[in-house]
Design a binder for this molecule. Structure first.
Ligand SMILES: Cc1cc2nc3c(=O)[nH]c(=O)nc-3n(C[C@H](O)[C@H](O)[C@H](O)COP(=O)(O)O)c2cc1C
Length: 191
């Protein structure tokens, strides 16, 4: 545990995929959203809007839609990670949102830097969640389907916005061991 709480949160936050059957209270959701809005953004455009889903049936519907298109989209190469992912996606029981009690999509108005701005907002939410004892995981596999025009409309995302991030939240049922974090590779230092 680091003495600096920001560094501690950065280092100790883990991708959480196993959750207690307990909702995230609205007050915590508000804290996450507020943390998101404090993210930096290019020319301070603050391009983000949020879709909040606590309905597990809706998450399962989105997961079931996402899986077949992901299997089609993923390349057929022998990479171990990809093979494992394809196998999981082919399992009818597998839910890409891991039955989390809360899912937040971050969408940005179509603009040059929105993807970076929304990613920073998403990271703020994940670190804020950690500080509240709430686990989170970025679900990249959700974004392609979320940008399907019909799904976008279901999510309340305006046509001139694009979904950039999907983050699940919930109280962790156990915290996984930290994966190996490689030291930073400095390509060059120019003093
Ligand atoms: C852009 C992005 C997409 C990700 N997509 C998924 C995903 O679809 N499913 C999943 O289980 N984890 C996903 N993750 C979580 C990563 O697997 C996780 O962050 C990584 O293994 C490192 O673990 P840590 O977050 O505990 O440090 C994603 C993370 C990022 C940043």
């Amino acid at each position: 545990m680091d003495m600096n709480s920001v560094i501690d949160a950065i280092k100790s936050r883990r991708a959480i995929r196993n959750f207690e059957d307990k909702p995230v209270p609205d007050s915590a959701i508000q804290t996450l959203l507020e943390a998101a809005t404090y993210a930096p953004s290019a020319i301070n455009i603050q391009p983000w809007k949020f879709t909040i889903i606590t309905n597990k049936a809706e998450m399962k519907r989105l997961s079931d839609m996402a899986k077949p298109s992901l299997i089609r989209a993923l390349p057929d190469v022998g990479d171990e990670g990809l093979v494992g992912l394809k196998r999981r996606l082919s399992d009818p029981q597998f839910n890409i949102f891991y039955n989390a009690p809360l899912l937040i999509f971050v969408s940005g108005v179509k603009s040059l830097y929105a993807v970076y701005d929304c990613s920073m907002a998403a990271q703020n939410m994940m670190l804020a969640a950690y500080s509240l004892g709430i686990g989170s995981c970025w679900i990249g596999t959700a974004v392609h389907t979320a940008n399907d025009p019909k799904v976008k409309a279901d999510l309340g995302v305006p046509e001139d916005y694009e979904v950039h991030a999907a983050i699940i939240f919930g109280y962790p049922k156990g915290v996984p061991k930290a994966p190996l974090k490689r030291p930073a590779q400095v390509l060059k230092r120019i003093d």
